[in-house]
Design a binder for this molecule. Sequence first.
Ligand code: GLU
Length: 429
Amino acid sequence: MGTTEVGQTQYRQGMYKVVMDQFERAADVMGLDASVREILSRTNSEIVVHFPVRMDDGSIEVFTGYRVQHNNALGPYKGGLRYHPTVDIESARALAIWMTWKTALAGLPYGGGKGGVQIDPKRYSRVELERITRRFTYALGDNIGPDLDIPAPDVNTNSQIMAWIADTYCSTKPANTRSSNMHVVTGKPTGSGGLDGRDRATGFGVVVTLKAWAQRRNADLKGMRYIVQGFGNVGYWTAHFLAREGAVLVAVQDASGTLYKAEGIDPEALHAHVETNAASVAGFKGAAPMPAEEFFGLDCDIVVPAALGNQITATNAGSIKAKVVAEGANGPTDTEGEAILHRNHVEIIPDILCNSGGVIGSYIEWLLNRRMEHGRIDEVLRMIEDKITTAFTQVAHTAAEFDTDWRTSAYIVALRRLESAYKERGIFP
Ligand code: GLU
């Protein structure tokens, strides 16, 4: 498929092309209502802000931040903020659209949003990052809010950054609304309304989907060999919970390097290394370096991309020997890569199902904040498991109903919910 001009006066490329290819395939297969299709193929609003920040040396740097709000038919916009050089309007748009499908599939009362700042956070000091975050929040102003648009952590953002956002947002509102505004963001530290267990929610959910997959295949995760791309929050916690199932991590890759050990890498030792080595796997003594381009073709059962988008492409998809790709990242497989995986009978647990544990954890945090209550980690993980298992079963049934792949059926489950919301309510005025 070549580039096509769409309503947003943008050409489709990168992740935006991928998400629209996926949407159109599902809309065709299910026969989505034409008006709903038209509505959902555009974003509701796209906010771009430029804001100045004082650096440690006294100079001023001007940053660009984004927040794209795709759709709020099912509830407030929900989705992360990432700090990365690849953040731009096109990637924010694609990621916002994925959030709409993800929250609808999980049955959450949310829509989809995403954004971030185009920076390499490694280049800034902690206090600079705090000032960048606070000025970004101030620039977003009333475009976010606990019942309007609720950001959360994503690539290179964490609970500390969420705490700064919550504090800045609440500080610009009347003092008597402070406690009723803390849920303007989720993924906060536990001392500031955060949820015990939100940090591990995405990785935990990835493993829930892999357990469901193994069960359907009458297989056991015990002894299965897997590789992980990205060892941030999602990659690490996935490895942590897969170790409990007895699966063996044979290779890991991030921007700093690719490491291999046939007998298995210890996820906890690797995590300890990453924590003290600028978030990089390079230099870890418990595994040997290997060529980056051979990573996806390694002999293993499970591939977990848990880094950035468009990593499994026509260049490497044909080399994948694993039985399943569990998409911990958002949009890790592009359209051509996916066609090759299908041809080779490699199954895909699609991102909007596979990594939905994170936003389900966010929903629990947001609900508890509204009720001024605290949650228990075992209850939180049980709720995440329940919701993901339900969604997985719906995806499997719908795949059988339409004789289609899991990604398309996950879209159909989500799109049916959105379609009925529009049909019930009609369009104002
Ligand atoms: N950034 C995560 C995602 O892509 C979580 C979003 C959220 O909790 O709102 O799903």
